[in-house]
Design a protein around this ligand. Structure first.
Ligand SMILES: [Zn+2]
Length: 381
């Protein structure tokens, strides 16, 4: 696995399925400030030099770890040039791992040595990170854009051959019918091509396709695309006068509405299931209990508050407030700044999903709810 990539679900999956061996994997997270290549080298040294002796007392391990560290420090001036807002590096030369991810958010600087890539911070980012494909239809051509929280940029152009200009003399009606049939066929081919390109991007983590154009173009696109692409909405514009700013503003409107609808529906579902005595819990204490039993399928969070808590240093047991010993295993508890963050991290670590709700929903009065994989045992807390 090598190269510079954008952060998307496919990139995170590839890192998570990296086959761990007994060689050191160096994971580095850095925020990148424009024009800061000199500062970058110094920051990398501060971050990495203390790790030179990390890990087992083994000559081969130490040698390869040190060479990874030197290689990353030597990259400092090149990293600045490829500035996103943050960067994540994963290196293990012995197992051919050399990946750089451009991250569109600021990250906290940190470096971790382990036998596998440390992906928790980028996984957390993916929960918030959304991107959509926006397609502007214009007859026999179309332009695809990528919409993220902070960018709107062209990513692909599609053109199908022009309709042949026909000579109507002589065969009149028949010729005209044939040309129209051909024109529709060309357009339909274009639409299917656009839809399958969007479907591929959705497979790599895009959250859906937004379609723009005249009313008629949109209608025939929806017809041709069928269920190929995950179409989340559309808006009508004149393709000849629409500027990128107009497209972006309209697309953001569609995306926000879609996300709000999705959040609303998801919250309603989990609250309904809980109310009918099904596999779901609502409220902080009940959710903590579910998290501690590793029973959470999806954790729904809606809160601006932070709630202090504690975590067991051994088994990861989480509790609100709390001091002393872990009720599960008897080891000591350590404070965590925010129990909601800690719950989210624990759920992700054990294969569950975390959804942070931004829209106004009934969850705001409960802060947290969870759908469960299996019924809970009686709480110990
Ligand atoms: Zn414990």
């Amino acid at each position: 696995m090598k190269g510079v990539r954008l952060l998307d679900t496919a990139a995170v999956e590839d890192l998570k399925t990296f086959e761990a061996g007994s060689d050191p994997v160096l994971s580095v997270y850095l925020s990148v400030r424009p024009g800061d290549s000199r500062g970058m080298a110094a920051r990398l040294k501060d971050l990495l030099n203390p790790l030179r002796d990390a890990g087992p007392d083994d000559r081969e391990w130490s040698m390869s770890l040190r060479s990874e560290i030197d290689a990353v420090i030597a990259m400092a001036d090149r990293l600045g040039a490829e500035a996103g807002k943050g960067i994540a590096l994963f290196r293990c030369s012995a197992r051919r791992l050399d990946v750089q991810l451009a991250v569109s958010d600021r990250v906290r600087d940190r470096a971790i040595v382990d036998v596998r890539p440390y992906v928790a911070p980028i996984e957390a980012m993916l929960d918030y990170y959304r991107h959509y494909v926006v397609v502007l239809l214009d007859g026999n051509s179309a332009e695809a854009y990528r919409l993220t929280t902070d960018t709107f940029e062209p990513i692909a152009s599609f053109v199908e051959e022009d309709v042949r200009k026909a000579n109507y003399g002589g065969f009149g009606g028949y010729e005209e019918h044939r040309v129209r049939g051909h024109a529709e066929e060309v357009r339909s081919r274009l639409h299917r091509e656009v839809a399958s390109d969007a479907a591929e991007r959705v497979r790599h983590g895009a959250d859906g396709l937004i379609v723009a154009g005249t009313h008629d173009h949109i209608a025939s696109f929806l017809n041709d695309a069928g269920t190929t692409a995950k179409i989340i909405g559309s808006f009508v514009v004149d393709p000849h006068t629409a500027t990128p700013a107009i497209l972006r503003a309209n697309a953001i409107g569609v995306a926000e509405q879609h996300r709000a609808d999705e959040d609303q529906a998801g919250v309603e579902r989990v609250l309904d299931v809980e109310a009918s005595g099904g596999l779901a819990v609502v409220g902080t204490r009940a959710a903590l209990n579910a998290v501690n039993q590793r029973a959470v399928d999806t954790l729904w969070l809606q809160t601006d508050e932070m709630m202090g808590g504690s975590e067991c240093t051994d088994c990861g047991w989480l509790t609100v407030g709390g001091r002393g010993l872990c009720p599960a295993c008897g080891e000591s508890l350590t404070e965590v700044p925010d129990v909601f963050d800690a719950m989210a991290m624990s759920v992700r670590q054990h294969g569950g999903t975390v959804r942070t709700i931004l829209a106004e929903t009934p969850l705001s009065e409960h802060h947290v709810a969870a759908s469960l994989r299996f019924p809970l045992r009686v709480s110990i807390s």
